[in-house]
Design a binder for this molecule. Structure first.
Ligand code: KG4
Ligand code: ZN
Length: 322
């Protein structure tokens, strides 16, 4: 890896308790060109050293995606370089091939702010979705829990930190869909239960908040481990291999969840493969890597490829084989 710069906009969004789309789009517009210059400097590269230009083209908040994709297309056109429109979820899905040289196939548990999915990854662009969330994504559940507990934004890391001093058995929270055969997730009921308990905590009860954070995290860990265990059975039936189980996306930075999933994978006769935490949360390296994998197969993108707010991973299959 030559350069991987992440410019956080968290401070600009914090007063609003979440990402404000208009602020995000403007910040991309202001920051992207200087950030690119810095990345090239850090890598010691000029434009002549590049083989292609990849940019996230969805799914997600369209303003920022649009700014990035237009800039990448303009550079590609000006420099006569191939353009690669990368699906952000595919970036997460392929990160372990960058960090661990992981071969296909594997079972992916994708845990981010907008998604919670189990996906059989058969090859590049070949994704079979086993199930997803029926309501909130798992990262959303962390962010809402943080808000309810007054821990601030961004929620995931703050819930994890608070939970580290909490008692995970203190509050009896529900485990939605535990033991069900369909491989779906649901976090709305868990959030409602957290809200009920949080409303009864007095503001100065920091131990109570830590206990509730730990109880919430334990409930999420148990549900994810249960779903992953079932999905591994199906994956083995369908592919003839036991795993590995791969976890990716911002929530995969959580050590308690990683430990629970590692135990599940081991019990199923396989192992957990997880990128280092800084490559779990959104980053440029995963998009560049996915672009590189596509470029190697000659799967470049036309310059009129649209930026998409919705772009399911499994739709890539049809696209590439058509
Ligand atoms: O993949 P990501 O960086 O952006 C999206 O694609 O959404 O994931 C962001 C999500 C946020 O909901 C954030 O709270 C969560 O990942 N997250 C965590 C942790 N670090 C980030 N959740 C739990 N524990 C963490 N340590
Ligand atoms: Zn992401």
């Amino acid at each position: 890896m030559h350069a991987n710069l992440v410019l956080s906009q968290i401070a600009e969004h914090r007063p609003f308790g979440g990402v404000v789309p208009e602020i995000a789009a403007r910040a991309h517009l202001e920051q992207l060109a200087p950030l690119l210059t810095r990345a090239l400097e850090e890598a010691g590269f000029g434009f002549g050293d590049l083989d292609g230009i990849a940019a996230t083209s969805g799914p997600g908040l369209i303003g920022g995606i649009f700014v990035g994709a237009v800039m990448a297309k303009a550079l590609a056109a000006a420099r006569s370089l191939p353009f690669l429109a990368v699906n952000h979820l595919e970036g997460h899905a392929l990160t372990v091939r960058l960090t661990h040289d992981q071969a296909f196939p594997y079972l992916l548990l994708l845990l981010s702010g907008g998604h919670c999915q189990l996906v059989a990854v058969d090859g590049l662009g070949r994704y079979r979705c086993y199930g997803g969330t029926l309501d909130d994504a798992v990262g959303e559940a962390f962010d809402k829990t943080a808000k309810l507990l007054g821990l601030g934004y961004p929620g995931g890391p703050r819930v994890e930190r608070a939970a580290s001093t909490g008692v995970p058995t203190r509050f009896a929270l529900p485990r939605p869909l535990l033991g069900r055969s369909e491989l779906n997730f649901s976090f709305a009921g868990l959030k409602t239960a957290v809200r009920r308990y949080a409303e009864n905590l007095v503001p100065e009860d920091s131990q109570g908040r830590a206990d509730l954070a730990a109880s919430f995290q334990a409930a999420v860990a148990e549900v994810l481990a249960d779903r992953a265990e079932r999905a591994l059975l199906r994956f083995r039936e369908e592919t003839g291999v036991a795993g590995p189980l791969v976890v990716a996306g911002g929530v995969a930075a959580n050590q308690v969840l990683r430990d629970a999933l590692a135990a599940t994978a081991e019990a199923a006769g396989t192992s957990l493969v997880a990128p280092p935490p800084r490559l779990c949360t959104d980053n440029a390296a995963m998009i560049a890597w996915a672009g590189l994998e596509r470029l190697r197969l000659g799967w470049t993108s036309p310059l009129d490829t649209p930026a998409r707010p919705r772009w399911p991973l499994e739709s890539l299959t049809a696209e590439e084989t058509s």
